[in-house]
Design a binder for this molecule. Structure first.
Ligand code: BDP
Length: 699
């Protein structure tokens, strides 16, 4: 088992009574095979039931068949009698993508009903039923209705036309542009199945650092083919739009959004795209950021830039996802404040089909960040969440770090924007803006590696992202349990162990990388491994010293009123709570405060000691993860067991590397000994500074 089948393993169900019950229930299925999506449903059932139960179900779409089906998969238009069972209110509440899964009885026989308003809803419901089988759940008395809480649930591929993947750690891009549109790699279909199984309904095929070439007919033909493959699975394609494309492709002398010829160029380009792809989703745009062109080049606002594209897309129901990751080179006092300062004054200025895509935190996908202050600050603008699934700052393709607890932490945080209870999740669900345009984006961790994500547990991050995009209130622990059952085994004790490893992993990584609110102290450029000494680069805000500010007196970035006052961008309740080191959650302490080394922590220990002990704890936790996994050596198939085991050994080694490098570096300033619990560094600081890799493959 090389992991290719992801969470859709469909392992044979060995408990005979359970399997027998499922078989009885599922041998006769009502399904009217009238569309490509219904065919997908039937194919998936054939595959899954064949593998799990050695069952070839019989399908019928006759409403008066003599044997009553044990499973009915139908919308009311396919089976009008459903209207007698399910009220029109219930159907209305499901919306376009929601499904209802219910155990019903027709007098003599128990039946399972999967219904919804569209074929895609039925597909989602089918995957839910298969999940129940995969987790060996009872089919008696099911009664669940589920509708997505966000509308746009997209993967952002940072994939380039030459098949390199920016910050990709799992091989090359899965888009084989060269052979498209004539060759459909089977992986595209499995990609679509995997995404549909977790409710992902969109994919941005190309890198945010965009290449205008993807908008040329040469590429559009290929994109159209992918769109065709994904359509039956409810997945729309989107592209990144390079702001200067009118100059690069159209030969114009400007890309100024206020110039009619620029608007006209985009209008024509968009019309052309819709000729190739009638249900094209729209554009994702990175502008005025890290060298990307944008409206600032012409002294125009982000809203002017976004609205120009929005206008071109409007007639086709396309949308613009405009990124808030805007920061200029000369960030004067604090990069964390830039996006808010740029966007807040524009609240209400964006067209209806624009949604602003905001990273979870204000810096840049760090191992842990407090929520981005734009959440809650833009009541008249739809905001979508951008999480990074690829682990750029969290051990890349090598460390086991389950990201859902981090996503959950941000989603559950109260912004207090409109009084208590205005959580980040509520904002991205549109409860503040009232807009139906809502969404969540995840920067993809997928590549051509056989197991898709490089590290097998990277699959869990893709899975959890989809689940949380559908319902941001889900528990990361329950998602871990479910994923582990579907991916590895249903054995309760193994599931418990795997879930424990996963739930420990993010905190462990934060401890050995950036404890207590430290951030952006990773290796230069490739971002792998420790680099707290990174300084003197052409941009201050790309160095480590800019962020940790360690000196003889203390450490941390003062974002209170006495410092950059980035804290002033949050609601007064947050300002009060985080503004005082005594009440600021410890996990954000050095994010918001510069404190002396001898500062007394709630534990009674000094800040220095506490930092040192956190690094040690990260190392201890990485060992705990390794040993826990080793206890599963006879439970997991050898190939997957050994890959994860080797990676966990690397993780332990590198946790030590982080601890030693960071502590030796900070010790120069603190001038204090290590607490006795901390293992002695193996080498000198100089060694670590020279050891720093100059290049890490996979970028
Ligand atoms: C940074 C990455 C860079 C991306 C950028 C972004 O290092 O490669 O282009 O984010 O999100 O974290 O645009």
């Amino acid at each position: 088992n090389d992991g290719y089948r992801l969470w859709l393993q469909y392992a044979p169900i060995e408990k005979s009574d359970l399997a027998e019950g499922y078989k009885q229930q599922l041998q006769q299925i009502y399904l009217s095979n009238t569309s490509a999506t219904m065919q997908v449903i039937q194919d998936e059932l054939d595959l899954a039931l064949g593998k799990m139960l050695a069952l070839s179900p019989r399908y019928s779409s006759s409403n008066n068949s003599s044997t009553a089906p044990g499973l009915i998969i139908a919308s009311p238009s396919q089976r009008p009698s459903l209207n007698e069972m399910i009220t029109s209110e219930e159907y209305a509440a499901l919306g376009e993508e929601g499904y209802l899964l219910r155990t019903i009885s027709n007098g003599k026989k128990t039946q399972i009903l999967i219904t919804g308003n569209t074929d895609i809803a039925l597909l989602y419901g089918t995957y839910e039923l298969l999940r129940k089988l995969q987790t060996h759940s009872s089919l008696e008395k099911i009664n669940l209705q589920s509708s997505p809480k966000t509308a746009i649930r997209v993967l952002n591929h940072w994939d380039n036309p030459d098949r390199t993947v920016e910050r990709g750690y799992a091989g090359a891009s899965i888009w084989d542009w060269h052979r498209l549109p004539d060759y459909i790699h089977p992986q595209y279909l499995d990609y679509a199945r995997a995404n549909a199984s977790i409710g992902i309904n969109g994919t941005v095929l190309t890198n945010v650092n965009a290449n205008a070439q993807v908008l040329t007919p040469y590429f559009l033909r290929k994109v159209a083919k992918l769109a065709e493959v994904f359509r039956p699975y409810g997945i729309k394609v989107y592209l990144t739009a390079r702001f200067s494309a009118p100059m690069e492709l159209g030969g114009l002398s400007t890309a100024d959004p206020t110039q009619p010829e620029v608007q006209e160029w985009w209008d024509n380009k968009v019309n052309e795209i819709y000729e190739y792809i009638p249900d094209f989703g729209g554009f994702l745009v990175k502008a005025d950021s890290e060298g990307q062109p944008g409206p600032q080049n012409y002294d125009r606002s982000q809203a002017q830039g976004a609205n120009m594209l929005a206008q071109a897309l409007k007639a086709h129901q396309g949308i613009v996802m405009w990124r808030a990751f805007v920061y200029t080179n000369e960030t004067p006092d604090d990069r964390a404040k830039q996006a808010y300062n740029e966007f807040k004054p524009l609240d209400g200025d964006f067209d209806d089909n624009v949604i602003v895509q905001v990273k979870n935190g204000a810096i840049d996908f760090q191992p842990r960040e407090p929520f981005h202050p734009m959440f809650g600050a833009m009541p008249q603008t739809p905001l979508m969440m951008e999480f990074q699934i690829t682990q750029e700052y969290l051990g890349q393709g090598t460390h086991l770090v389950y990201l859902a607890p981090m996503y959950e932490e941000v989603l559950d945080t109260d912004t207090y924007a409109e009084g208590p209870g205005t959580t980040v999740a509520g904002i991205i669900e549109g409860r503040q803006s009232g807009s139906l345009l809502t969404g969540m984006a995840g920067v993809s961790n997928i590549g051509t590696d056989r197991n898709w994500t490089g590290h097998l547990f990277g699959q869990a991050n893709w899975y959890a992202f989809g689940k949380l995009a559908w319902d941001p209130s889900l528990s990361s622990e329950e998602i871990a349990e479910e994923w582990s059952q579907m991916t590895f085994t249903n054995d309760p004790s193994s599931t418990e162990t795997i879930t424990r490893i996963m739930m420990l992993s993010h905190e462990a990584a934060v401890n050995y990388m950036t404890p207590l609110g430290l951030h952006h102290i990773m290796g230069w450029s490739h971002h792998y491994g420790p680099g707290p000494w990174v300084t003197d680069k052409h941009r201050d805000d790309w160095t480590s010293t800019y962020y940790h500010q360690a000196d003889r007196l203390g450490i941390g970035f003062d974002r209170t009123v006495k410092g950059s006052n980035a804290l002033g961008q949050y609601a007064p309740e947050i300002q009060k709570l985080y503004g005082n080191p005594a009440t600021c959650p410890e996990k954000y302490l050095l994010w918001f405060h510069h404190l002396p080394w001898e500062y007394v922590m709630p534990s009674g220990r000094s800040l220095w000691e506490e930092i040192a002990l956190h690094y040690q704890k990260g190392v201890d936790q990485s060992r705990e993860m390794l040993y826990a996994w080793q206890s599963l050596s006879t439970e997991i198939d050898p190939a997957r067991y050994h890959q994860v085991e080797s990676f966990l050994r690397i993780q332990e080694k590198e946790a030590i590397w982080w601890k030693d490098a960071c502590l030796l570096y900070f010790q120069q300033f603190s001038q204090r000994p290590f607490p006795k619990e901390v293992e002695k560094p193996e080498h000198s600081l100089e060694y670590y500074q020279n050891y720093e890799p100059k290049f890490v493959p996979g970028i």
